[in-house]
Design a protein around this ligand. Structure first.
Ligand code: OSB
Ligand code: MG
Length: 369
């Protein structure tokens, strides 16, 4: 297929509720939406998961727009490719900027699946027709607030509950939730808020039978995490530290984690995600799919990836209504009793709703051959 045109939309949506992590609070959600067209006029859709500010990762909406406009689109537009795996080869000479690469690569995967009359899940080698999902709850001011918020989502049937923690809002909150819900699968995500000096504090979490603690230490570390994992029983899961299969290999060899959160954008796309999947399956490292507060387009890619067999643990792909008054796909992503039914339409399987997409588009640029 020939990559005829890449359209980049600057989107502005606002989440129903603010979402707080150890690094800050987000509610306005500017992001980039990518539509790739082939020579027959077919479209594939992708989403950049970069945020407005470089708090979670160094990439931002602004750096992604620059990379997509000035560096990546010129490399791809006009090219003839036979498989989306070739996109990461074409982008291979460009260092990092994984979220920008992934936004385009994801659109090419959707386009490829549609042309070949397959679901994206099938194109990736997925095997499930339903996926288990959990929910990620932002940092709460008090243990009471967290317990009540958790109660609501347990009632909706989510398969595991993730609580954001930060220094000063950690042990007492996790304790209160565990006491209120003795049997619910629980985990905590620190988004790099601690150091090895906090080992004694993090060890106190062992008491609460957490499925894992996600990214307790520095965003770019795998050495201290190995040290921490030796000192605590709770499995460590890496998020921010993993950008590639090479990072995964090093973390697994060093014992820096027992579980990995795969985010498609953070690792540079679906091709790299699949490589990580295959390696971790062989090594017995369970995976789950993380989230970046995406619109339905990004969520649809997460759903497809999660159909691969080693995505054993429930991911952060909650339903659209968790985030948005109205989503930009039809139908919206719906989680019932903690399960999402994988759509059967070709490509991402959800139809981009052009009228709603237009409503939230503030600017657009077209890169054509
Ligand atoms: O660390 O997984 C994270 C949201 C924003 C930035 C980082 C993270 C998160 C989440 C929410 O945990 C995931 C989601 O619901 O999409
Ligand atoms: Mg995380």
């Amino acid at each position: 297929m020939k990559i005829q045109e890449i359209r980049m939309r600057h989107m502005e949506m606002r989440m129903k509720n603010p979402f707080t992590t150890s690094f800050g609070t987000m509610q306005d959600k500017p992001f980039l939406l990518i539509e790739v067209k082939d020579e027959e006029g077919n479209s594939g859709w992708g989403e950049s998961v970069a945020f407005q500010h470089p708090w979670y990762a160094e990439e931002t909406v602004g750096t992604n727009a620059h990379m997509i406009r000035d560096i990546l689109s010129p490399l791809l537009v006009g090219k003839e490719i036979s498989h989306p795996d070739e996109v990461s080869e074409i982008f291979g000479g460009i260092r990092r900027n994984n979220m920008a690469k992934s936004a385009i690569e994801g659109a090419v995967w959707d386009l490829y699946a549609k042309r070949n009359k397959m679901t994206l899940a099938e194109a990736l080698g997925g095997t499930k027709d339903k996926i288990d999902v959990g929910i990620s709850i932002g940092v709460q001011d008090s243990a009471e607030d967290m317990v009540e918020t958790v109660r609501g989502f347990v009632g909706e049937g989510y398969k595991r509950i993730k609580m954001k923690i930060k220094p000063g809002a950690d042990i007492s909150i996790v304790r209160a939730v565990r006491e209120a819900f003795p049997d619910v699968p629980l985990m905590a995500d620190a988004n790099s808020a601690y150091t090895l000096d906090d080992t004694d504090l993090l060890k106190q979490l062992d008491e609460f039978n957490l499925t894992m603690i996600e990214q307790p230490l520095a965003h770019d570390d795998i050495i201290d995490h190995a040290e921490l994992q030796k000192a605590i029983e709770t499995p460590v899961c890496l998020d921010e530290s993993i950008h590639s299969l090479e990072d995964v290999k090093k973390a697994v060899e060093l014992g820096s984690c027992r579980i990995i959160n795969v985010k498609i954008g953070r690792v540079g796309g679906l091709t790299e995600s699949k490589k990580i999947h295959d390696y971790c399956m062989e090594k017995g490292i369970p995976l789950w799919c993380g989230g970046m507060l995406e619109s339905g387009i990004g969520r649809a890619h997460n759903v497809a990836l999660t159909t691969l067999p080693n995505f054993i643990l429930p991911g952060d792909t909650a339903g659209s209504s968790r985030y948005w008054e109205e989503d930009i796909i039809e139908p919206e992503v719906v989680a019932v009793d903690g399960e999402i039914t994988v759509p059967t339409g070709y490509g991402i399987g959800y139809e981009p709703d052009i009228a709603k997409i237009e409503k939230y588009t503030v600017d657009q640029e077209v890169f054509a051959a």
